[in-house]
Design a protein around this ligand. Structure first.
Ligand code: AMP
Length: 283
C-alpha cells in the first residue's frame, strides 16, 4: 500500500492505471476505521482493479460547536488495517494544502441537504459535497463507495454526482452493526459504559416501526410519534429527530402507499455524543 499526502503525486500514480483501463474504486473516510469502513473497502476490492481510500477529517463539514478538534484519530492503526485489506493507495491530504488560505469555492445540494440532519447541522452537507467533489476530481474513480449509516450523505452525494455529470457510479453498502445492533461509528468511543449499554435501543426502536407497518399500521404521523416516545424513554438520551420520510426525496410522508420506499431515521445525543441510525423499508 502506498501512502500519499500530495494531490499531484496521487494523480500521477493513478494515471498509469487509467491508461491501462484499470477500474478504480474509492472509499472516502475520516479515519478511526472500524468494520463498517472495512466492509466498504472489501466491496471496493471485489469490484475494482485498484482501491483508493482517503482519510481526511474535513473541517468544512463541522459546525463551530461540533467535535472537529476532538474527532478520534489513529493513523497508525488505520494504516495497518488498510494494508491488511490490501488497499492500493491511502490518500491522507494535509489540511493546509488541501484547503489553502484563499480556498473559496463551495458546492451545495440544495433540497436534500435541508431535512433530517441538515436542520441541526446547517453547514454539514455543503461541507460534505465540497470535499467529495474535490476528492472525486483528484481520484476520478469508476465507483465511489458510501455507507447506508449516513444515508442522507449518500443521497446528497448521489445527487451531486448526477447534477454535475460526474462520470462515477455511487454505490451504497449496508450498515455494519455490533452484535447488539448498535451501528458501528467512530464516535461510539465517546460513549460511557452506561450510554453504550443504552445505545443499541436505537436500532430496536427503528425495527419496531418496521414491525408495526408489517402488521398494518399505516399512519406515518402516529408511527413517528410512537418512535419519538420510545426513543425519549431511553435513559440519558436527548432526541434530535426521529422521522419517517420518503427514501428518495427525504421529505415527510403523509400517507403510506403500497411499495413505497421509506427511510426511518433518527439522530440522538448521549451527553455531547451525537449518534445517527436508520433503516430502509418498503411498504
Ligand atoms: P466516516 O469516516 O464516518 O466519514 O465514514 C466513511 C464512510 O464509511 C461513509 O460512507 C460512511 O457512511 C461509512 N460508514 C461509517 N460507519 C459505517 C457502518 N457502520 N456501516 C457501513 N458504512 C459505514
Amino acid at each position: 500500500m502506498q501512502v500519499i499526502q500530495n494531490t499531484k503525486a496521487l494523480k500521477r500514480a493513478l494515471k498509469s492505471y487509467k491508461a491501462q483501463n484499470k477500474t478504480i474504486g474509492f472509499v472516502p473516510t475520516m479515519g478511526y476505521l472500524h468494520q463498517g469502513h472495512l466492509s466498504l473497502v472489501g466491496q471496493a476490492k471485489n469490484e475494482n482493479d485498484v482501491v483508493v481510500v482517503s482519510i481526511f477529517v474535513n473541517p468544512l463539514q463541522f459546525g463551530p460547536k461540533e467535535d472537529l478538534k476532538k474527532y478520534p484519530r489513529d493513523l497508525k492503526k488505520d494504516q495497518a488495517l488498510l494494508k491488511n485489506s490490501k488497499v492500493d493507495f491511502l490518500f491522507v491530504p494535509n489540511e493546509q494544502s488541501f484547503y489553502p488560505a484563499d480556498f473559496q469555492t463551495t458546492v451545495k445540494v440544495e433540497k436534500l441537504s435541508q431535512p433530517l440532519c441538515g436542520k441541526t447541522r446547517p453547514i454539514h452537507f455543503g461541507g460534505v459535497a465540497t470535499v467529495v467533489i474535490k476528492l472525486l476530481n483528484i481520484v476520478m474513480p469508476n465507483i465511489l463507495y458510501l455507507g447506508q449509516k449516513d444515508y442522507q450523505q449518500f443521497k446528497v452525494v448521489e445527487k451531486l454526482v448526477e447534477d454535475l455529470s460526474f462520470p462515477t457510479t455511487v454505490r451504497m453498502a449496508p450498515t455494519v452493526r455490533q452484535e447488539d445492533g448498535l451501528a458501528m461509528s467512530s464516535r461510539n468511543v465517546y460513549l460511557s459504559a452506561g450510554e453504550r449499554q443504552q445505545a443499541p435501543k436505537l436500532y430496536r426502536a427503528l425495527l419496531e416501526v418496521e414491525k408495526s407497518i408489517q402488521k398494518g399500521a399505516l399512519n406515518p404521523k402516529l408511527l413517528q410519534q410512537k418512535l419519538e416516545r420510545q426513543l425519549k424513554s431511553i435513559p440519558g438520551l436527548r432526541l434530535d429527530y426521529a422521522q419517517i420520510v420518503d427514501a428518495q426525496t427525504l421529505q415527510t410522508v403523509v400517507n403510506l402507499t403500497k411499495h413505497q420506499r421509506l427511510l426511518v431515521a433518527c439522530a440522538v445525543y448521549f451527553g455531547k455524543t451525537r449518534l445517527i441510525d436508520n433503516i430502509l423499508l418498503k411498504v
